[in-house]
Design a protein around this ligand. Structure first.
Ligand code: HAS
Length: 543
């Protein structure tokens, strides 16, 4: 049983995350309608305003709050009840983040921050929007400090050389987040706030985008790693198997820390002002960051097959049949894994310099991130909430909710296949992303895109219905499900697995190599940007 005080902290984060999910999903549905030409927005609400709300609330807020809620629950489960200082620091972080989220949402709704979730300069928002973001980031740092503090106290009290796998992964995820958000903090504090207040007239766009993508790429792994924590630690237990290798799991997280940050240029391959040599270098590192995902795929196949064979499965693929397909705690993350196979392949296409010329700034990219974060990660998070919420509220997952969860997962998978499939195809035809409905003066090329945009609206509608169903299940599990004991599933490691080398827990070493790689990948190109700095740009508010 989890300590009530720890459960409350986790539930607080999860509550904000689901509110953000609901509002963000309404914005998403309306967007697909507008983009297909089916409706016009009333009350002078702008398309780009809606798009900003959708991106900020889903990509930044739903994910971050969900992750922190999940991590706190897992740390409390695997290292024991939170110590007082970490718990209090966690609450302080929560209050700051929630204040920042509220302020940012109000500004977006007032049309004072219509700058999309990447807030690219020279689009300019009210300074309060950037100040709100500072609150979210500093609040999340407090959570990082609180988790590190818990880990430090636990280690010094237990004298254990190795921490529990889940907690180790949580500490690594927050380390990655902290190093990544330094870039965001730098651009917001040194560039955006002074410029939006009017202390300086101009902003250096290339530097702001470079600092943003220094943060923006590891951000996607900050979303992915908690999903991997579920795959590595939770799924083996649910399917009645064992963790393939503790050492391999930890090594893959180390590799994410090392290689996910010095790769931001692969989002800027078409940007002038960065030499090809440095783009090429960061593309190589991008291909390195694929390795830990391939290790994860290998490890999961091993877990499934070993568990299946223990249950008597025969033949090359017999183990697939004996997986617990009717258990939503497995089914939802499994759909996420299966989707990650084409989604990851899409990422490799994006990272290839020549192919990036074809897909950059097209709807293909939107399709890519709806398969990765909005399917692989989101489905895993949904799968987690079906057992995490009853675990935290002292209730149980009933067979009826399990069934509804399976239906929800199927709806999500079908809706996303239609929407994201259409995005990928029409993106290859050249349809740009981040645009409202337009036929470009009835140009034949643009008119040909419309059927795909209608398909996107159909997929979006199914997704929205799936969100309503999810909200019902979440509400039921939180307030109505019968009282009982629900498990936080934590797998055990296979007896035959190699023992974990203690060096994997040498933080100074890994953070040191991470810092070195960042310096190698960024120092010279960043120096060039400063040396050849353009005059900069004033701010624009188009919508
Ligand atoms: Fe990405 C753009 C490259 C992964 C998210 N990406 C984006 C954007 C987002 C995003 C949000 O190089 C748009 C940002 C914006 O607004 O502009 N991405 C990659 C690469 C990977 C990758 C190389 N992306 C992700 C993940 C995301 C995400 C993960 C969110 C969570 N991405 C790019 C690039 C761009 C980009 C360029 C810029 C494009 C442009 O021009 O703007 C890799 O990490 C992918 C590696 C993954 C794999 C798959 C492994 C498969 C596994 C599943 C195994 C299945 C099992 C089940 C075990 C190699 C682990 C088996 C069971 C059975 C029963 C069979």
């Amino acid at each position: 049983m989890i300590d009530k005080r720890d459960a409350n902290l986790s539930l607080a984060f999860l509550t904000v995350s689901f509110i953000a999910l609901f509002i963000g999903a309404i914005a998403g549905l309306l967007q697909t309608f507008v983009r297909s030409g089916a409706v016009e927005l009333p009350l002078s609400i702008g398309y780009y305003q809606l798009l900003t709300a959708h991106g900020v609330l889903l990509a930044l807020i739903f994910t971050t709050f969900f992750i922190l809620g999940f991590l706190y629950a897992g740390i409390s489960k695997t290292m024991g009840t939170l110590y007082d200082v970490p718990r209090r620091t966690g609450w302080l972080g929560f209050v700051m983040m929630t204040f920042g989220t509220g302020l940012a949402t109000v500004l977006i709704l007032l049309n004072k921050a219509t700058v999309l979730y990447t807030f690219y300069a020279p689009l300019q928002a009210s300074p309060w929007f950037y100040i709100a973001l500072v609150h979210v980031v500093v609040g999340s740092w407090l959570c990082a400090f609180s988790m590190w503090n818990q880990y430090y106290i636990w280690k010094s009290r237990t004298k254990n050389k190795l921490s529990p796998l889940f907690s180790y992964m949580a500490v690594m995820t927050m380390t990655l987040w902290f190093v990544a958000t330094l870039g965001l903090a730098a651009t917001v504090l040194l560039q955006f706030i002074p410029w939006s207040i009017g202390w300086v007239d101009k902003i250096d766009i290339l530097i702001s985008r470079t600092l943003f993508w220094y943060f923006g790429h590891p951000l996607v792994y900050f979303w992915l790693l908690p999903a991997y924590m579920c795959w590595y630690v939770v799924i083996p237990k649910i399917i009645g198997g064992k963790i393939f290798s503790d050492a391999l799991a930890r090594l893959s997280f180390v590799l994410f820390l090392l290689f996910s940050i010095p790769v931001g240029f692969h989002h800027q391959l078409l940007e002038p002002g960065i030499s090809h040599t440095w783009k090429f270098f960061q593309v190589i590192l991008t291909f390195m960051v694929i390795v830990p995902s391939l290790m994860t795929a290998f490890s999961m196949f091993a877990v499934f097959e070993t568990a299946g064979r223990k249950k008597g499965a025969k033949g090359l693929f017999g183990w697939i049949k004996v997986l617990p397909w009717r258990d939503v705690r497995f089914f939802a993350p499994m759909m996420g894994m299966l989707i990650f196979i084409p989604a990851g392949a899409g990422g490799i296409i994006n990272a290839s310099h020549q192919l990036n010329q074809v897909i950059h700034n097209t709807l293909w990219v939107t399709g890519h991130f709806h398969l990765t974060v909005a399917s692989t990660v989101a489905l895993t998070f949904f799968g987690i909430c079906y057992w995490l919420i009853p675990y935290l509220t002292g209730r149980t997952l009933t067979p009826r909710m399990n069934k509804l969860g399976i239906i929800q997962t199927i709806m999500w998978t079908i809706g996303m296949a239609i929407m994201s499939g259409a995005m990928h195809i029409v993106g290859l035809f050249g349809a740009p992303r981040r645009t409202s409905y337009t036929t470009y003066a009835d140009h034949s090329l643009a008119v040909d895109w419309i059927p795909y945009q209608i398909a996107m609206a159909v997929g979006g509608t199914i997704l929205f219905l799936a969100i309503i169903l999810l909200m019902y299940i979440v509400w039921f599990l939180a307030f109505k499900a019968p009282k009982g004991l629900m498990d936080f599933p934590v797998g055990e490691v296979e007896e035959s697995a190699v023992s974990t080398p203690v060096i994997l827990e040498n933080w100074k070493l890994w953070v040191g190599i991470c810092a070195m790689l960042i310096l190698i990948a960024y120092t010279i190109p960043f120096g060039h940007m400063i040396e050849h700095a353009p005059p900069g740009s004033s701010g624009y508010k188009f919508w």
